[in-house]
Ligand binder design. Structure first.
Ligand SMILES: Nc1ncnc2c1ncn2[C@@H]1O[C@H](COP(=O)(O)OP(=O)(O)OP(=O)(O)O)[C@@H](O)[C@H]1O
Length: 924
């Protein structure tokens, strides 16, 4: 070790640092190189020594020698550094071309030992051309570190070396680290400090940490610094390894999948050419070399993509749908084929392009031509008549509706033609056309149009099978537009109408978009079936609110399906709603609709419908002809009255279908038995008709349809104390009769009500009993005024029951039936079994009007009831709504008070009235 206390000082450019035992090569300026050359010359044979002093950056400066400041040219250097031997100075090669930049000189130093500058030194590090000679001190000889410090150092060093060896990709490097680890394990305590210098110089670490390590002259201190540095480096190494592995894994999975798919495609191509080459019949492929469209996946895929591209190109430039289509197409191209994301985007694009946008749908002129035609209304009427029997009022209403649709469309078209001409956009999907221009399009024109006056939205209300759906179909046929039906029964989730957002797995568009796609036009007739059964606000959103948006002419020109996520114009769609009842339809929805009531058919109408529509339809559907099957009128009526008792004709159609099928089987068996096996020609079938019974009589029906369902109903209906018949409308909108049964049980004057009754109907029961109690003396039930008939002579309870206990019942219209039941029960008089009644009562004894009269009267007629007691205020309903043939066959009593109702029910003088009553009877 040289003993000279003065050495030339070389500041190392930031962030270089030279530790004892390490070697460092770095570029220096020409002037500095010349200064070092002079040193070399002076030193003769020996290699000259330098004091290599690190020049810290601003962040590291303060920790050690605070005078250092890189921003100024004159810097105070730290007072610690390394004595280094100049190993080599490389002169740059002179360049052949004159203008080329000169290569720098390269200086190699070998660190020997730590030194300290005897006094602080100020130096200009930016323009250094001489090496200042300065007095240096060699720190005192190193001592031996403590055992614990050395152990901690070894542990940290070994774990770092182990990690470095593990993470090394090159085997040679791995071996090197392991060899160093072996050395560290065997190192003695005296050599630990030296080992620390070697290791810290060899690994990468933070500059600040290394500076601190260099500044530590005390051995113990130095080992602590080294231990810290190793621990820190180990964890950095571990984290970076983890990140690298994670990134690597995800990348390699994608790449692997991509390569495998490519290979698979290549193998399939090879196999395909192999099987298609002449003379090679592939084993196990059956068809030999024959090509099947199922084999050529690649081609089909390419065709699909080309088709998709064409469809996007067909969208109008500047429209939202086009912009989204183009954006998604670009994404599709970026994502590897076969990946999940690719499939998701593709199916989205397929949906997007299959929506009938104004630009891609049938031109509006086509449907306008139909409407403009002078014979439109006549043809529409003919269509309605051809599809439906009767329903005169409804057909008249529909004709009005169609006339409005026509006038509106013609007025809209006139307004559109007087608007300024539209600019046509370039439809090609060439890259240049991807730049969407803000051109006005036919889409925006249609948005404009839709702001015109709106026709009403029809709502057909009626029991099942009364022709609501088929009326919708007839309207579509009359308008020559596609018909789509959306069933809303049981829809609880808004997404079923509006679609799921694309973030959902397996998301898709809602019912409206699906119907539009099936229709293939933007102006179909869409029937929203069973709007009364759509769910209301819940945690799945509010389907009723979504429906409101669809039906609201102010909003539906930009309907937003969550999946498609591009506003869709529904203003050209004709919506028709159907429902069984009005009770459960939300008020805002009802507000947007115009109600058309279909109450049900009389037996007479059913006979006509059956003969003209249902029977021919079933005969044709079952492969027979008119000459092979006929039903007598009495047989048809028997089916309608004894096997079905519904407002509509669906069960009737089903029953007729059953009869036709039975006869079809008989006909087939008949053919088998009479046609000789040798004569299998057509002519022989005709010849056998002579002994075939084509006509179905009434008495055959039991054999075919089983025991009549309603046979015993009339017989079972009893004229019994405490029982009267009320009139009801079921939840399906169907009218009918319902017995009101009451009986006396021992008790304490209470009223017991059963039969799934709601609050309103229970209150009716209380009112009825109170009225009867109040008038018990006048009615001859009690011997004196003020006597409670439920307490005197014996304390009793009254139990009132409405059968079909599983069905919920509510409403006030059973009021008079309950009064009659109580009066009958307490007086002993009976109400004849052919009388049914409906009407709400008040405590003062008035009878107030009720709803559903038409359905109730028709239901009563079907149930063979011939006398009906109704509130006086419902007189007009009967006159207007009930068919004349039904009115002719029935007797109506319109009553204003309970007194009148009792007289009508029990008959004049049947009750022991203790006062004069006035009966206002009216017969229609
Ligand atoms: N007036 C009629 N003339 C001819 N056929 C009719 C008539 N009314 C109903 N039908 C026939 O009855 C069957 C049932 O009718 P449809 O399906 O339209 O009933 P709906 O009222 O829509 O019932 P739902 O409420 O259950 O949907 C159809 O085959 C229809 O053609």
């Amino acid at each position: 070790m040289p003993s000279s206390p003065r050495l030339p000082v070389l500041p190392l450019p930031h962030p270089l640092i030279l530790l004892p035992t390490a070697r460092l090569t770095f570029p220096i300026s020409r002037s500095l190189a010349e200064a070092i050359l002079t040193l070399l010359d002076d030193a003769d044979a020996t290699q000259p020594l330098l004091a290599a002093i690190p020049v810290p950056g601003p962040s590291e400066g303060d920790g050690h020698d605070s005078q250092f400041d890189v921003s100024s040219a004159i810097n105070s250097l730290p007072t610690y550094g390394t004595a280094a031997r100049v190993v080599r100075l490389v002169r740059p090669r002179s360049s052949s071309s004159p203008g080329a930049p000169r290569q720098p000189y390269l200086l190699s130093l070998h660190g020997l030992t730590r030194i300290r500058l005897a006094s602080p030194l100020q130096i200009d590090t930016t323009s250094l051309d001489t090496l200042p000679i300065h007095k240096v001190l060699y720190p005192s000889a190193e001592g031996t570190p403590s055992r614990e410090t050395v152990e901690a150092f070894k542990d940290a060093a070994l774990s770092l070396l182990d990690r470095l060896a593990k993470d090394s990709v090159q085997p040679q490097r791995k071996d090197d680290w392991l060899r160093v680890a072996a050395l560290v394990e065997d190192i003695s305590e005296q050599r630990a400090a030296w080992m620390a210098d070697v290791l810290v110089a060899a690994i990468s670490g933070q500059y600040g940490d290394k500076l601190a390590f260099l500044a530590a002259t005390d051995v113990e201190d130095r080992l602590h610094h080294a231990t810290e540095l190793f621990v820190k480096q180990s964890s950095i190494q571990e984290v970076s390894k983890k990140i690298a592995t994670a990134v690597d894994e995800s990348l390699s999975r994608q790449q692997k999948e991509y390569f495998l798919r490519q290979q698979l495609a290549a193998i399939q191509r090879e196999l395909h050419t192999l099987h298609n080459s002449p003379g090679t019949a592939g084993p196990g492929f059956g068809t030999g070399g024959a090509t099947s469209e199922l084999d050529d996946d690649d081609q089909a895929d390419a065709d699909d993509l080309a088709d998709l591209r064409r469809k996007i190109e067909a969208l109008d430039v500047g429209t939202e749908e086009r912009k989204v289509g183009v954006r998604e197409w670009r994404r599709l191209k970026r994502i590897p084929q076969g990946s999940v994301e690719n499939g998701v985007i593709r199916s989205y694009l397929e949906w997007l392009t299959s929506v009938p946008w104004p630009s891609t749908s049938t031109p509006a002129s086509a449907s306008l031509d139909v409407l403009k035609d002078h014979s439109f209304l006549t043809r529409a009427r003919a269509q309605l008549d051809a599809d439906h029997y009767g329903l005169d009022q409804i057909k008249r209403r529909l004709m009005e509706y169609l006339a409005i649709v026509r006038l509106r469309a013609i007025a809209d078209a006139a307004a559109a033609t007087s608007a300024p001409p539209q600019t046509e956009g370039n439809g090609a999907l060439a890259p240049a056309s991807f730049v969407d221009k803000a051109v006005s399009t036919s889409h925006s024109a249609s948005l404009q149009k839709s702001k015109g006056v709106k026709g009403p939205i029809l709502l057909f209300v009626g029991p099942p099978g009364t022709g609501k759906t088929s009326l919708g179909q007839s309207i579509a046929k009359a308008l020559d537009r596609p018909f789509q039906r959306i069933s809303l029964g049981g829809v609880r989730d808004e997404a079923e109408i509006r679609g799921h957002r694309r973030t959902y797995v397996a998301s898709g568009p809602g019912a409206i978009v699906q119907a539009l796609r099936k229709a293939g036009r933007n102006d179909p007739v869409i029937l929203l079936d069973e709007v009364d059964k759509v769910g209301h606000s819940n945690f799945h959103g509010d389907p009723a609110a979504a429906l409101l948006e669809v039906l609201d002419p102010e909003q539906n020109h930009s309907f937003n399906d969550h999946y498609i996520n591009v506003p869709i114009d529904l203003s050209q769609v004709l919506f028709i709603c159907t429902s069984n009842t009005l009770d459960t339809i939300s008020a805002p929805l009802l507000d947007r609709c115009e109600v058309v009531e279909l109450s049900g058919y009389t037996y007479d109408e059913k006979m006509h419908i059956a003969r003209r529509f249902l029977l021919p339809k079933q005969i044709q559907a079952n492969g027979l002809s008119d000459s092979q099957l006929a039903l007598t009128d009495s047989a048809l009526l028997h089916i309608a009255t004894m096997y079905t008792r519904e407002a509509g004709v669906r069960s009737l159609e089903r029953a007729i279908g059953a009869v036709v099928r039975y006869k079809a089987v008989e006909w087939a068996e008949h053919l088998d038995t009479v046609v000789a096996p040798s004569s299998g020609e057509e002519g022989t079938i005709v010849a056998t008709k002579s002994n075939w019974h084509a006509v179905v009589e009434e008495d055959e029906l039991e054999k075919i349809l089983g025991i009549p369902r309603w046979d015993g109903e009339e017989r079972e209906r009893e004229e019994k104390r405490g029982i009267v018949y009320g009139l009801v409308v079921t939840g399906m909108g169907e009218g009918g009769i319902l017995p009101v049964e009451s009986t006396v049980v021992p008790g304490a004057g209470r009223l017991k009500l059963t039969g799934s009754l709601g609050d309103v109907i229970k209150e009716s029961g209380e009112i009825a009993l109170s009225w009867v109690k109040t008038h018990a003396f006048e009615l001859g039930i009690t011997a004196g005024r003020g006597i409670d008939p439920l307490k005197v002579p014996d304390p009793i309870d009254i139990h009132l029951h409405l059968p079909s206990g599983a069905q919920k019942k509510d409403g006030p219209s059973a009021g008079i039936a309950m009064v009659c039941a109580f009066v009958s029960l307490l007086s002993g008089a009976c109400v004849p079994k052919d009388i049914a009644m409906t009407g709400e009562i008040t405590l003062r004894g008035r009878v107030t009007p009720v709803g559903g009269i038409r359905m109730k009267v028709l239901g009563a007629h079907r149930a063979q009831i011939r006398k009906v007691i109704l509130p006086w205020a419902n007189r007009k309903d009967v006159e207007h709504d009930v068919a004349p043939e039904v009115r002719r066959e029935m007797q109506f009593f319109f009553v204003r008070t309970i007194d009148e109702a009792l007289e009508a029910a029990f008959g004049r003088g049947a009750l022991g009235w203790r006062r004069e009553t006035v009966l206002l009877e009216s017969r229609l």
